[in-house]
Structures are given as C-alpha cells and as structure tokens.
Design a protein around this ligand. Structure first.
Ligand SMILES: [Fe+2]
Length: 336
C-alpha cells in the first residue's frame, strides 16, 4: 500500500545551482580534500583508542547488558528447540515500503522523484540480503539510492562481506543519480575508500547537490550520532545550502537539529524498528539515547518530515519479531 505523507515546509527560494555549482557545494577541491584529511585523522584516532562519544552521554551499560543477556538466553532457547533456521530465514525476508512525501517547496523537476532508502544492511548478519533487496524491489526503477549506515555488522570485519553485495546492488539497481551512503555505528572509517571505489558517494559531514536543469535538492550526510558524534555533524547540517534539503543520518537522534537547520526530509535507521518488538510494533530496545519517539516509521518534527527504516539486516541475534526488515521507496511529490 502506498502511504501519503504531507510536510509543512517553509518556503525557500534560494537557487542552489547558482550558489553551488559542483557536487560538494561551493567548497573548492582543496577545501574538500582538507576536510576529508582532517576527518580521516580524527576518526581513525578515535577508532584506534576506542573513544566513543554520542550526542548525549551514554546511559548506564547495565540496561543494555541485561537485555543482551536476555536476548542471548532467548537465542540459545531458539536453537535448542530447533527454530533457528526457520526464524533466521524469516528475518532475511524483506518487505518493500512505498511512501509518498508531499512538499510545497519541492523544486518542480523533482516532482515524482524516487528515492530508494536502504538502512542497516549489516551484510554479514544474514545470508543473501542483496538478493532479498532486489527481490523486494522487483525491478522498480529509482532515481537515487541512499544507505543510512550500518553497512557492515562486524566492526572492522572483512571487506568481502559488504563490498560484493554493494557492488551487485549498484550494478543491478543502477539509479540514475547514484548511490549515496553515511556510516553507522557498526561502520569503520576504513570502509569509506573501498566503498567510494565501488561507486558509492560517501557523505562524511558533507553535502551533495542533485541538479536537474537548474532545479536542485541537497543531500547532507553526517557521522553516526551515537558512537562517533562530533560538532562537525551539526555544522554540516547547519551549513547545507538553503533550498530543498534532505538529511541522511544513521539514527533519528539529530532530528531536532536538522529541523532547526531547515531540512525538509530526514532519513534514518539504526533502531531496526526494535528488531524484537511487542505486538503492534512497540520496540523493546531502540539503541537511541534521545528522540526515541522517532525510532520507527513516518514521523514529523516541526516542518520536517522523517522516516526511520526498520532496516534490512539484524544485529545481536538473527531474528526479528513484529519488526519486519524492509527497504523503502520514497516518492517526492510537489504539493500545489
Ligand atoms: Fe544497525
């Protein structure tokens, strides 16, 4: 079923094409290279020292440990009663969620623009997820594909777990305006270069402009807010050029900042819709420290519309309950 989402955006009239003639806005090539070099240095040092920090101080680890213990017991029980294969196969089945988002200020050339939203593939968590994604998409054409993080499950795991499936998706989906991605809390800085070599445009606290004959929208992608937050993420959201702006963030935890910065649409994942949820889809755990009300599905914050995907893959244990894995096909509509 196709769902309609109406967004009450303020009117923005800036001409992005004039202000930002190249893909990464008005930054010069050398400024862009400096930005990346500084990020690599800072992020690699943080990963090496395992100095994680989120936008808010992480809560006591006791709660997460308790849930992980309970999930571990449940997983052993599932294996003991012989249901592991059945439940893991069910978790690997994906649904296609189709949504229309309506905006007053969508540039006319983007009326009907189709965004494939993939989140949390965790390619090494379940077998053949790329096959499941292609089956769910069932040959539909898309204009652009965006991945909101957790491309891998094992932090710093082997590249062969995520590069071949990404390569296949890029080649078979072949979106006209390309594949874009941000890192999630399971993803290392080391993945950026190999993914870019495959043709993925990684947005590392950066903004890309999609230009259609002078009509433009922008995509701003930032670092994961829960483990590797830095003020650079806020800066990128705030300094995205005026106009129709889309934020790509691993979790919905920066929704208030993106809204204040004038973004029209915010796409996220991270929560897996709880992965194990209560009947009706109420998540048991979201992995979010703030704005947990945005942990699943369509939501709105001020004039900004948002979508939090239940994700493709799994983490912790290879099962889902009342939280189907999904890919989402989001169509932008211009509201008269
Ligand atoms: Fe994830």
């Amino acid at each position: 079923m196709r769902t309609q989402v109406m967004a009450e955006n303020s009117t923005k009239t800036a001409n992005l094409a004039d202000a930002h003639p190249n893909k990464f806005g008005s930054e010069s090539q050398s400024a862009q290279e400096y930005h990346r070099a500084a990020w690599y240095e800072s992020r690699s040092a943080r990963e090496q020292k395992n100095t994680k920090s989120g936008i808010v101080k992480r809560r006591s680890k006791m709660r997460a440990k308790t849930f992980n213990f309970l999930f571990g017991v449940a997983a052993k029980l599932v294996k003991a009663i012989g249901l592991h294969d059945h439940l893991a196969n069910r978790a690997a089945k994906l649904v296609l969620t189709e949504l229309d988002f309506h905006f007053h200020d969508l540039p006319p050339a983007f009326d009907g623009y189709r965004i494939l939203h993939i989140s949390d593939p965790h390619f090494d968590s379940l077998p053949q997820l790329e096959e499941a994604m292609l089956a769910a998409l069932d040959g539909r054409s898309v204009d652009i594909a965006v991945v909101t993080g957790d491309i891998a499950d094992q932090f710093n795991g082997p590249w062969k777990t995520f590069l071949p499936p990404m390569r296949r998706l890029i080649s078979e989906i072949a979106p006209a305006d390309g594949f874009y991605a941000v890192l999630g809390n399971h993803d290392s800085w080391r993945m950026v270069a190999p993914l870019e070599a495959q043709g993925v445009t990684m947005l590392i606290n950066e903004t890309a402009i999609i230009d259609k004959k002078g009509n433009c929208i922008s995509l701003t992608g930032v670092d994961d807010p829960s483990n590797y937050y830095s003020p650079e993420a806020d800066r990128a959201l705030w300094t995205a050029p005026a106009g129709f702006k889309i934020a790509l963030v691993h979790s919905a935890e920066l929704a208030d900042i993106a809204c204040r910065a004038g973004h029209a649409l915010y796409l996220a994942g991270h929560s897996h819709g709880g992965q194990i949820s209560l009947p009706g889809g109420m998540p048991v755990m979201t992995g979010m420290q703030r704005l947990r009300k945005f942990s699943r599905g369509v939501w709105r914050h001020g004039g900004m519309a948002g979508y939090t995907s239940t994700g493709v893959g799994v983490s912790g244990m290879p099962y889902r309950l009342f939280a189907n894995g999904e890919i989402a096909l989001l169509t932008l509509r211009r509201k008269p």
